[in-house]
Design a protein around this ligand. Structure first.
Ligand code: GAL
Length: 423
């Protein structure tokens, strides 16, 4: 009897303990902050881009540990494939919670002006103090009719000539600053069996990327800009000159360019087989991600003092399923910490002016200085200069041009496209 009583008491005590413990566990597991999920769409899968995105996700997950982060990336440089996927989802009523979009015409013409796709973020800008921490030039390209429509995470530069330092040093070459010098360098390198200029044109946007720098070099910041506003005609002889210059550049190219993406083409530089490449400064992020340090940079020929620019941003779709979590994502994007960690890996500079970049690499420090003092011109391939329709036609014309190299056909097509979109 006595023993049975003792057993019952022991059992009761054990049960009591177990229930107290499970109670404690439940309390500990109960989320105190936001929970659920957030789905963020972007095209950042290449080296440097992916690290930058991961830095943002890391901050988000540490602030909101109970929210499941769904990283909905669609691979393809410059958003080649991602933009089509966003569009299908947006138009089909199944938007992600936040999506990547270039600031400028791509954001405003595609998603804001038609109405009904993205939410204004003006209250968030005010409560987060972004109207004071971002410069006017950046605020302007995410604004429409007095509201802000996306959160810019960076400033990228499009007109950068990257070069392999070992190759340049070996052959006593200094970075060319105009087209004559550039072609002299190409001849010297070709004679040594080095591919002077590398390109990957597999995704269809890269020729247009290089050509916007050539146009800028031939027209200067104002008149290049005029091509997109209608003040300068595409029939201008300087456009012909730019196309002819591109044909000459193409004679120094790697022959397999149509089979390679921009970063695959960059492998020629990594292996000391290719010398130069014009590409945006995500290349700086990519070099860092693959541990390549033997590179130098200069503005693309004839563009010293001009910063051909673009900015990545994120917008908040109307009808997103996880509004609170998405707004918190935007807060991380616009925060000092978010912009610091993201851009350090991505190869761009922060859109905010108050981020300490003393631990950034030398390229980024030089880009930050240039951004302050240079003339600014908008990139067309990366959404800043023209509507998506026009930018897409421009890219397609240039992609055909890199294989056919027919100057008069390309110029006529560029003239026709401008007439269509400037109406
Ligand atoms: C640009 C984008 C950059 C970089 C690049 C290559 O359009 O703004 O952030 O991702 O494409 O993918």
């Amino acid at each position: 009897m006595n023993r049975m009583f003792k057993t019952i008491v022991v059992l009761l005590v054990v049960m009591l303990f177990a229930s107290v413990l499970s109670g404690c566990k439940k309390t500990a597991e109960k989320p105190t902050g936001p929970s659920g999920k957030v789905e963020v769409s972007s095209w950042w899968t290449a080296g440097g881009e992916a690290e930058g995105l991961n830095a943002l996700i890391k901050i988000y997950e540490s602030k909101y540990p109970d929210v499941e982060f769904i990283n909905a990336t669609v691979a393809g440089g410059a958003g080649t494939n991602a933009k089509a996927v966003f569009k299908t989802r947006m138009l089909g009523g199944d938007p992600p919670d936040a999506f990547q979009v270039h600031a400028g015409h791509e954001l405003i013409d595609t998603w804001v002006v038609p109405g009904g796709y993205v939410q204004p973020l003006t209250d968030l800008y005010k409560s987060e103090g972004w109207t004071n921490s971002m410069p006017k030039g950046v605020l302007d390209i995410v604004s429409y009719k007095g509201d802000y429509w996306s959160v810019p995470v960076n400033i990228h530069r499009s007109n950068v000539l990257w070069y392999n330092k070992t190759v340049f040093t070996k052959y006593g070459i200094t970075p060319p600053s105009n087209f004559d010098q550039f072609f002299d360098v190409c001849d010297k390198l070709k004679a040594k069996g080095i591919i002077p200029f590398v390109m990957g044109t597999k995704e269809g946007w890269e020729a247009g990327h290089v050509f916007e720098s050539v146009l800028l070099g031939k027209l200067g910041a104002n008149d290049y800009d005029g091509l997109w506003t209608g003040e300068v005609k595409w029939s201008d002889p300087r456009v012909t000159d730019a196309l002819e210059t591109f044909v000459k550049i193409a004679s120094y190219l790697n022959t397999d360019h149509s089979a390679l993406t921009w970063d695959e083409a960059g492998q020629y530089l990594l292996k000391d087989k290719g010398a130069m490449m014009i590409m945006g400064d995500w290349t700086n992020g990519w070099f860092m991600s693959v541990g390549f340090e033997d590179y130098g940079w200069a503005p693309s020929p004839n563009t010293e003092g001009i910063f051909l620019t673009l900015s990545d941003s994120f917008a908040l779709p109307i009808g997103c399923k996880d509004q609170e979590n998405a707004v918190n994502w935007l807060k991380v994007l616009g925060s000092k910490e978010g912009q610091h960690d993201f851009n350090k890996a991505k190869g761009s500079i922060p859109a905010r002016t108050d981020v300490d970049i003393s631990d950034y690499n030398d390229y980024l420090k030089s880009a930050a200085k240039d951004w302050q003092k240079d003339a600014i011109a908008p990139s067309v391939v990366h959404g800043a200069a023209a509507s998506e329709g026009w930018a897409t036609e421009y890219k397609d014309i240039m992609n055909l041009f890199v294989s056919k190299l027919d100057v008069s056909y390309a110029q006529k097509a560029l003239i026709t496209a401008a007439e269509k979109y400037l109406k």
